[in-house]
Design a protein around this ligand. Structure first.
Ligand code: HEC
Length: 142
């Protein structure tokens, strides 16, 4: 009886922490596929002809890979952009631009948004990640 107790306690702790880890780390790639890929491309490549306004006069979704400019922004800006949507952020910045980037703050939890951004960051080559990390640190300090 005593032996069983000694064996099962660590096992239980392990099982519990595994369950917590799964819950705390939503799968960024799967979430990206569901919520972002339709506009930004299954391979982060962006919409075709993304640099030219579409028939509605709005710019299509840019790539999130290294050919786009997502990595030019720090983490805080990226999170805000996805949570509040492009229009709210650009209005706050006084940028006169009509954005077709929706807000996801009411649809996804913060941890899910972070997981998606993590997935995007992990797709970048090392030197791009370093530049973006430096930008994030700079933004955090100001
Ligand atoms: C309905 C189409 C659509 C969906 C769905 C969409 N986006 Fe966008 N997104 C856009 C468009 C269009 C832009 C470009 C306009 C702008 O920057 O405001 C954009 C811009 C962005 C930018 C700014 C990029 C930059 O270089 O400045 C980020 C970051 C972004 N989207 C992330 C996401 C993420 C993450 C998701 C999924 C949770 C997502 N988007 C889903 C259309 C979409």
């Amino acid at each position: 009886m005593q032996n069983t107790a000694r064996l099962s306690a660590p096992f239980l702790a392990l099982a519990l922490s595994a369950a917590t880890a799964v819950h705390a780390q939503p799968e960024g790639h799967a979430l990206y596929d569901t919520f972002c890929a339709a506009c930004h491309g299954a391979n982060l490549e962006g919409a075709p002809d993304w640099q030219r306004p579409g028939p509605d006069g709005l710019l299509p979704a840019p790539p999130h890979d290294e050919t786009g400019h997502t990595w030019h922004h720090g983490d805080r800006f990226l999170f805000d952009y996805v949570a509040r949507g492009g229009q709210a952020v650009l209005d706050d910045l006084g940028v006169n631009f009509t954005s077709a980037m929706p807000a996801f703050g009411d649809v996804l939890q913060d941890a899910e948004l972070e997981a998606i951004l993590d997935f995007i960051r992990q797709s970048w080559p090392e030197h791009i990640r370093a530049i973006q990390a430096a930008r994030s640190a700079q933004d955090g300090a100001s």
